[in-house]
Ligand binder design. Sequence first.
Ligand code: ZN
Length: 158
Amino acid sequence: MTSARDAAAAVVDPEIRVITIDELGILRAVDEEPGTGRVVVTITPTYTGCPAMDVIREDIRRALATAGHPDAEVRTVYHPAWSTDWISDAGRAKLAAAGIAPPASRGDDTVVPLTLAVRCPRCGSPETTQISRFGSTACKALWRCRSCSEPFDHLKAL
Ligand SMILES: [Zn+2]
């Protein structure tokens, strides 16, 4: 039987299908009650108002049921608020490979505006411009590379 933790961690983000909710940092905790086998999953939403959270809750319950944990509850916790810093290194690499520019870590030089830190995920050029504040979803902005002229989605940093 797949552990409840592994089953929940393998759920992919419905909008960015290359990355799991664990890699995104949405998955906060998976607790299994010893007596009953009841599983309580705690998640923190990425962007307020992202409709994906309903889908994620549903996907987690389905994944747990498939893994042999039919009695599951998904709790949503808003504090502390999710930050793009919670995206794991593996997650950032997957985002880049999918053509989505990973957000700059807030640990980086905070004097430089984030807009200057957006590199083209295809050719790595820093010569990029924002075309639209909203890309394919409200959580992403649409950018274009001035070196290779390719448009790309940039996950907004929070
Ligand atoms: Zn480029």
